[in-house]
Design a protein around this ligand. Structure first.
Ligand SMILES: NC(=O)C1=CN([C@@H]2O[C@H](COP(=O)(O)OP(=O)(O)OC[C@H]3O[C@@H](n4cnc5c(N)ncnc54)[C@H](O)[C@@H]3O)[C@@H](O)[C@H]2O)C=CC1
Ligand SMILES: O=C(O)[C@@H]1CCC=N1
Length: 276
């Protein structure tokens, strides 16, 4: 991605996470532009990251080699139709981060046969600890595939899926996943406070424990189940806690949550993809 100019269309949560992660990786701010109709969003991005911002998408994308479409799925069809006539001359690589929207629908809205990569990143990209699955359409050549991968790899782990339908499951797992862990941290912090700890102590212990467990699981050759067993002394405290979680249907609840997210991703594809 050495000389590439990147343009983010939509400067909200996901764009900011990607921009922040790219800058932390050493990507120069003067090669990133962002556009957003919302003045508050533009100001926030310009102030925080020092990138050039635009109210007008056409102005922002001039000269860009890569366009990252980071608007809500509901706004993607209208945006793609607006962009289509402006893409012919430069033929930039397009990267969509939108949940649900199928590459074939987006490609149709963009005028057809565009080099288009659909991906599902997550917000820990901000701290270069993201996880992104990518899917390329037939119009994407090897150089463009490498370019898309290098952009997302700069902010965390990347992997390609060859079967696009898997993107709905990826969205349910890693796209939405940070929110599940944040909820767990919130719940543990609250429970710690309720058990009598000062709020700051409960917060720090919950955060460091989540971080330590994730890091240990990542770095260990043992599966998480084995690591769990090593915390669980027979007749001890963890055993009681885990029994309460299992009795409460924790695993089934997680499965239900992810099935709901996958179903919503499919539903978005059906509802919004029908837009001619
Ligand atoms: N937030 C997350 O954790 C993740 C979000 N995504 C995807 O990223 C996309 C954006 O989500 P968020 O950043 O969370 O939403 P957001 O609402 O924070 O940001 C979207 C931005 O797009 C702007 N926008 C709307 N219409 C526009 C247009 N025509 N041209 C330019 N900008 C326009 C809005 O003003 C807003 O600032 C969605 O499609 C979502 O599915 C994907 C992975 C994770
Ligand atoms: O909640 C959403 O729809 C987006 C996609 C994955 C994470 N946030």
């Amino acid at each position: 991605m050495n000389e590439s100019q990147l343009c983010f269309i939509g400067a909200g949560n996901m764009a900011r996470s990607l921009i922040g992660g790219l800058l932390a990786d050493g990507f120069p701010a003067d090669r990133i532009r962002a556009s957003d109709p919302d003045a508050g969003q533009r100001e926030a991005v310009a102030q925080r990251f020092g990138v050039q911002v635009f109210a007008d998408n056409a102005e922002a994308l001039a000269g860009a080699h890569v366009l990252i479409l980071a608007v809500k799925p509901q706004g993607l069809a209208a945006l793609a139709r607006e962009l289509a006539p402006q893409l012919d001359a430069a033929n930039p690589l397009l990267i969509s981060v939108a949940a649900g929207i199928r590459a074939s629908d987006l490609d149709r809205w963009l005028g057809g046969n565009r080099p288009l990569v659909r991906c599902m990143p997550n917000t820990p990209a901000l701290v270069q600890s993201g996880a992104t699955a990518l899917y390329a359409t037939a119009a994407v050549n090897d150089a463009q595939r490498n370019l898309a991968e290098s952009i997302l790899r700069a902010v965390g782990l990347t992997l390609w899926v060859e079967d696009e339908t898997q993107m709905d499951a990826v969205t349910a797992l890693s796209g939405s996943g940070p929110a599940y862990f944040f909820l767990m941290i919130e719940a543990m912090q609250q429970a710690g406070t309720d058990l009598g700890l000062p709020a700051d102590t409960a917060r720090l212990l919950a955060l460091q424990t989540a971080f330590g467990a994730a890091r240990m699981a990542l770095e260990s050759e043992d599966p998480p189940g084995r690591l769990r067993e090593r915390v669980t002394s027979p007749g001890g405290t963890t055993e009681r806690a885990l029994a309460a979680l299992e009795d409460g249907g924790f695993r089934a609840l997680v499965a239900r949550a992810m099935q709901a997210a996958q179903a919503r991703s499919r539903e978005l594809a059906e509802q919004l993809g029908a837009d001619a």
